[in-house]
Design a protein around this ligand. Structure first.
Ligand code: F6R
Length: 257
């Protein structure tokens, strides 16, 4: 696992956008895995800028999002389809037919999970997966206890996640109790992972993730088993790493002054 620490959140997001843009320019048919949430919003803003100012071309790119709430229609302002359409898909020259999220309204959710896995496989697998991290260590919506080799599945959301995300709903009780998420095994199969975490509220879980061996108790620790994973932090998210031994973690750049 590689680690890069940037001076602030904006620089970290810009660096992640640059890595994604570089991968897309090198491989126009890139299969991108995408995340939602506050942390990655500036990444999408920077990618949209690169499309508008430098003609970054998404026309042949395929995308698969990590997760979607169960029970929300695509047009609901809190659905992840809506988030992605607004922040990225409709702002660049992506073909909407090439963008994929699990269908949280599918009548048979188990069948939908199988279908989503097959769609990823049929696309040749995910080349580059963008990840955020929840304060309980979830990636996608794989909550503590999720099996490290799990595939796309229906996940009941934890109290921590509900507390973290319900503030984004008009009424907190509108937040769905379940989501469909790529599994930890699905994520581990992606050829490259970039995990972005910014802000002091992520410092504790980043310390735990980077210092713990893989364990279902901290789902993000599965990334220690990944052959090409880079964790990109700002100094706030890295603030509890000072002086720690981080076995298996290579500090690539430390831009702290
Ligand atoms: C959502 C997802 C989640 C978020 C995580 C962090 O698609 O993958 O794992 O990345 O909940 O969310 P923020 O960035 O809002 O703190």
């Amino acid at each position: 696992m590689n680690l890069i620490i940037h001076p602030d959140a904006a620089t970290a997001a810009n660096a992640v956008a640059a890595m994604m843009a570089q991968a897309l320019a090198a491989q126009p048919r890139l299969v991108l895995g995408l995340a939602t949430g506050g942390t990655v919003e500036p990444v999408y803003a920077r990618l949209v800028e690169r499309h508008r100012q430098h003609n970054l071309d998404f026309s042949r790119c395929r995308t698969f999002n990590l997760d979607e709430y169960v029970g929300l229609p695509a047009q609901h302002r809190n659905s992840y389809r809506h988030f992605m359409n607004e922040r990225l898909f409709l702002q660049v020259n992506l073909e909407l037919a090439n963008t994929h999220l699990p269908d949280g309204l599918a009548p048979d959710l188990s069948a939908e999970c199988v279908r989503y896995e097959r769609q990823i496989t049929a696309a040749g697998g995910i080349d580059l997966q963008l990840l955020g991290i929840g304060q309980n260590g979830h990636i996608g919506f794989n909550e503590p206890g999720a099996e490290l080799d799990s595939r796309t599945h229906v996940q009941t959301l934890s109290a921590t996640t509900r507390a973290q995300n319900s503030r984004l709903f008009a009424a907190p009780d509108q937040m769905p109790a379940q989501a469909i998420t790529m599994g930890l095994g699905t994520i581990r199969d992606c050829r490259q992972c970039l995990l972005l975490a910014t802000g002091r509220e992520k410092a504790g879980i980043i310390r735990q993730t980077l210092t713990s061996a893989p364990t279902p108790a901290i789902p993000a620790t599965v990334l220690h088993e990944h052959p090409d994973c880079t964790v990109i932090l700002d100094t706030a998210a890295a603030s509890q790493l000072e002086g720690l031994q981080l076995p298996g973690v290579a500090l690539l750049t430390n831009l702290r002054k």
